[in-house]
Design a protein around this ligand. Structure first.
Ligand code: NAI
Ligand code: PYR
Ligand code: MG
Length: 563
């Protein structure tokens, strides 16, 4: 990662950096630089070419990359994150040119501590670790999954200002069950079947120690594991870590639901929720909404739980359907179905008559016209969130949801959808219920507070802060999430909520924030945020650097060269 060769640098800075002559002579404004970047992007014919251009830009001049991204969040985010990152991960071994992170394989076990020391940056604040086993809704992509770690960390930087050189993307390679990859001569990972949970935990145990030993304050974010529950259960009280698919997604969707439920004017105790998909994201979201219903609706755990109906590939999750339920589903398993089993989503919808329908199933198009239309008969403002990624896996489109509900739907999707023009010419914007609205703020909040742990209260606080962050204008426009161009401001608010929760829970260890009021603390957070437009500190050096000074004093023959 570099940023030395920037055409916006003034001549004096070029001299200080010893790059005069290595950069074209013109000194350009940031606006002109961005214009060139956008022109280059628009000239690319495929999304993957745009992705590759942006990767190259990030590696050659990360300040410019982040200026471009931050100023054009709506256009550029889909190219570095979902949906295009999904295509990149699928084709990783064919488009690969630079590592951009660490590839730690089963063959490295026993030596992870030494290998972690090969990472060239001295300071790392945060890492995103995936095992590539469930990348978005695209399944097992092996080491190609590193693209998701890179994409998420780019958003930690763009949205919450974590310095790019202090982020570390990691993929752990424990094999893959993807036959296409195993048979591909270009595949970059180990050609062996994926190891099981026991070996995964053994490997992670060693990795966690290695990371913590080199960077004692590191925040570890787990991403896109097919089975993420064991690692979260084991490490959440030992390390500063969280799982974005369970906890980040839970928080972001809770925030959207808080705002949507308010619009329906139906109190929590009268809502009924159907989830298509009962995996890490489905259960993570259900858990967080249940907490809110307990709080806001004054419900007991049992009363709140009864409002949820989870559907997986075998139908409605019930105690008596005859299979052994995975542990994470048990809490939401129904025992009031009187022996009846409901195999399809249609059957469940008729049985439950939900006011809220969530999609976290990876099944594109699962919310059919019939299902969407039925939702309007149970509630005037049905809440329909097709949250699976990327776009191809979305349970329905924004257009379909709008058309089939007579524009009454309260909508959010995992990946972005274009605006919809309503019957009266009004332009409606699709909400994006994606964990990108919270994970950067959770990470920044944990860094700023120097949190020893990331607990449920901090996750819940991130949702409350996000829900409260909408401006009156955004609310008047019917939005459930703030506009993406305000993401830095919003992430600072999310971080504030996380820091406050860390303090309440006595896990904050940064003495500098003691006694700060909210305004001071937000300013403190913002000051810690990396600013890609800031003039590098070298610009302030009018004196020659230490080496040049020393060698000139000593009149050594190699003065002015750095060898
Ligand atoms: N919007 C967001 O921020 C996020 C979205 N997601 C998306 O959610 C989706 C699921 O992610 P995870 O829960 O982590 O995956 P997972 O693999 O843990 O769970 C998938 C669930 O869908 C169910 N399913 C599969 N086929 C089905 C079918 N035909 N009918 C009904 N249910 C079916 C499975 O039984 C399982 O319960 C992915 O597409 C992912 O991209 C995940 C995290 C965040
Ligand atoms: C957004 C995300 O984390 C996912 O789709 O897995
Ligand atoms: Mg994910």
């Amino acid at each position: 990662m570099s940023t030395r060769f920037d055409t916006s640098y003034e001549p004096q800075l070029r001299q200080n950096l010893h790059i005069s002559g290595l950069v074209p002579p013109v000194v350009e404004s940031h606006d002109i630089q961005i214009k060139r970047c956008l022109k280059a992007i628009h000239s690319k014919k495929t999304e993957i070419d745009k992705y590759l251009y942006l990767s190259h830009l990030r590696n050659s001049n990360f300040n410019l990359f982040y200026r471009l991204l931050i100023d054009n969040m709506r256009e550029i985010t889909p190219l570095v994150y979902t949906p295009v990152v999904g295509e990149a991960c699928e084709n990783w071994s064919h488009i690969f040119s630079e590592p951009e992170g660490m590839y730690l394989s089963w063959a490295d076990r026993g030596h992870l501590s030494d290998i972690i020391h090969n990472w060239p940056e001295k300071e790392v604040d945060i890492t995103v670790v995936t095992d590539g086993s469930r990348i978005l809704g695209l399944g097992d992509l092996g080491v190609g999954g590193i693209g998701i770690s890179i994409g998420k960390l780019a958003l930690y930087t763009a949205c919450a200002g974590i310095h790019p050189t202090k982020t570390l993307p990691i993929v752990i390679d424990l094999g893959t069950d993807n036959e296409r990859l195993l048979n591909d001569e270009l595949y970059l990972g180990l050609k062996m079947k994926r190891l099981g949970e026991k070996d995964m935990m053994k490997f992670l145990d060693e990795l966690m120690v290695a990371l913590k030993t080199r960077w004692p304050s590191i925040i570890i974010q787990f991403e896109d594991f097919k089975n993420p529950f064991p690692s979260l259960a084991k490490y959440q009280n030992m390390y500063t870590c969280f799982n974005d698919d369970i906890q980040g997604t839970g928080a972001v969707i809770l925030a959207g639901v808080i705002n949507a439920v308010r619009e329906t004017k139906i109190p929590p105790q009268d809502q009924r929720l159907v989830f298509l998909g009962a995996g890490s994201a489905g259960v993570g979201v259900a858990r967080q909404i249940m907490e809110m219903f307990k709080k806001e609706g004054n419900l007991s755990e049992d009363e709140a739980r009864k409002l949820f109906y989870l559907v997986d590939s075998k139908g409605l999750v019930t105690n008596d359907r005859g299979d052994k339920l995975q542990e994470h589903k048990i809490v939401f398993s129904r025992n009031d179905n009187n022996g009846q089993q409901f195999k399809t989503l249609d059957e469940v919808i008729d049985y439950v008559k939900p006011t809220i329908l969530m999609g976290l199933s990876t099944i594109g198009g699962a919310f059919t016209e019939g299902i969407i239309k039925k939702m309007t008969t149970f509630s005037e403002r049905p809440i329909i969130f097709p949250l699976s990624n990327p776009v191809s896996k979305s349970e329905c489109t924004f257009e379909d949801a709008m058309k089939h509900t007579d524009e009454k739907v309260l909508f959010a999707s995992g990946s972005p959808f274009p605006n919809y023009e309503g019957k009266d010419g009004k332009i409606y914007e699709a909400g994006q219920g994606n964990n990108m609205y919270v994970f950067p703020g959770i990470g920044m909040g944990a860094i700023v507070s120097q949190a020893s742990l990331i607990n449920q209260d901090m996750i819940y606080a991130s949702a409350e802060s996000l829900a409260a962050s909408l401006t009156p204008e955004e609310r008047a426009d019917g939005l459930l999430y703030p506009r993406i161009n305000r993401i830095r401001e919003v992430s600072a608010q999310v971080a504030l909520g996380v820091v406050r929760a860390a303090e309440r829970n006595h896990v904050a260890r940064n003495p500098e924030i003691n006694g700060m009021d909210d305004d001071t603390l937000v300013e403190y957070i913002k000051q810690k945020m990396y600013d890609p437009s800031a003039v590098p500190t070298e610009a302030k050096e009018t004196e020659p650097d230490m080496w040049t000074w020393l060698t000139s004093k000593l009149s050594l023959p190699w003065s002015h060269s750095k060898l």
